[in-house]
Design a protein around this ligand. Sequence first.
Ligand code: ARG
Length: 654
Amino acid sequence: MNILAEIRSRFEPVLTEWTDDPSSVIDMLKPSQDSKFGDYQANFAMPLAAKIPDLKPRDLAAQIVEKVDLSDFCEPLEVAGPGFINIKLKQDWLEEQTRDLVQDERLGVAAAEAPQKVVVDFSAPNVAKPMHVGHLRSTVIGDANYRVLKFLGHDVVGDNHIGDWGTQFGMIIFGYKHFLNEAAFQEAPVTELARLYRLVNQLSDYHASKNSLSQKEQELEQLTEKLQTLENTADQTDKKVQKQLKKLKAELGEKQSALTSLQESLSKLEADEDLHSKAIAFPDIARLAREETAKLHAGDVDNNDLWKQFLPQCLDAIQGVYDRLDIHFDMALGESYYQPMLADVVADLKAKGLATESQGAICVFMKGKEAPFIVQKQDGAFTYATTDLATIKYRVEELKADRVLYVVDSRQSEHFQLLFATVKEWGYSDLKLQHVSFGTVLGKNKRPYKTRSGDTVGLESLLDEAIESAYQIVSQNDDEKQNGPELDEAERREVAEVVGLGGIKYADLKHNRDSDYIFDLDKMLAKQGDTATYMQYAYARVNGIFRKGEIDRKELRTNQQSLQLQEESEIALALQINRFSEILESVSTEARPNYLTNYLFELSNLFSTFYNACPVLKADEEMVKTSRLMLCDLTARVVQQGLSLLGIRTCERM
Ligand code: ARG
């Protein structure tokens, strides 16, 4: 049962006496931060009273409490401080609820009464470029949301909206035509394609830098002159002049160092004879690569054949990563699928008066937004935006979607704001659209995470590294193992895989997704603290208790009537177990898996407290032992189910 939702539903109708829109304040009823103030606490008396003349929040709180009836499962409500309402669950009710969970496979989580069709758009790498940690974050966050929504009974479609039609293909096709290493391609096609992509990128960067060099030098010269004039003519004792001089000097310093680093990178490339001669041979490589993309899009046979050859190879390589991470999609049409529909999308937007021509491009202008949403460029090419519009049309008309989640990094938030605004006007106003945005993965130097070679990290090697580190940890012999027998080599390898991959996923999920986070393998895999490892060990430890006591868990569960909550730590643990449902509900509305990681961390901590305070196998009475064993069993099941909803596995023994 979703306790929070039940309590809120009792308050909402009562609040209509003081506000037209109780839903706007109802989320001020939350679990308490501190159990001193009950199990849940409502703070809405303060904002509500502020709008009513001559009513003190405390008096309003008292009036609300008069009218709300929670007596069937809560102690009498209490008003505290300036107007807080404290809510405490009745202990015998909590005990009864907990007993009901013992045999409930869904651990108290009801399936949605009105299931929705939800599309989760996640991962979506641009193929033919190496996949990087940013795509890992989308993949992991998307997968967790997918699993939670599905568990809650929604009809979920996981869609990998692969970038398979972008400008990177022009670059690769150009590279293939001019710089291919045939033998390397035979041996490992995707690695060779990635090399070609990087090469063409590097060469076009070189020319772009070279072109901006003279401009940068000019700017520097002008700035130097300005500084000199000021030094020679202005009154140096004037405070204003001093300030101006200081500013100019700082600016000069910055420009100087930018120029130096540009020169350095240019001479680095020039030092490589092979690269340099390639650069000289193709001074307008950027344009040439763009032309290859344009030819591909225009239906050129050679380029389309190459694309058809490369795409499955690239997809295969990505699939390898998904397999290792246990990620599944229901569909992956990719951007290319929607290309035949784009002209119609633009025509329709024009016909509805939404899109207009501006400087040769076709744009949608939205009220309150400065930037236009460009759906067709001057040269006639359609854009990322057009493709997303066509995709939405498809998702509504073919898939019958009620809701779409876009798990994409925060740098694209402007795009999604414009997209969502356009879609509302376009006629899909019932569709619920959400940008599940996330921050950047940083290295310890607080810059976007890169490997030693300077490349954005190759995902496969990252996974290998995590598993290897986990193996070291698993192989340590310490007192954590007191309940478990020694593992043999094969078992340790298996556990290392579960711990290594779990650690990486958990770190991606536990942060508030809007913020950046620092990728630190040691911290991710730590046995203590807010890590998957900690919970995986907690899970294995509980299993150890059952092994040691030779307890048949199935049989144990038939004794649910002997479950009783007596000690403080038992009550706290039981309450947390009962909150699983409300947590999953909040994950699903806000698409925030970190609510679930927080919950599981707290659950593991409460379990530790319970386990230290209450002997289980050595309990004085048989009845108490059975009861505590049931709490252990429930905890383990919630941990396992919770982690599995995050895409993280557990081991029976570690
Ligand atoms: N391929 C894009 C990228 O890597 C992400 C696509 C996200 N999905 C979407 N429907 N726009 O940046």
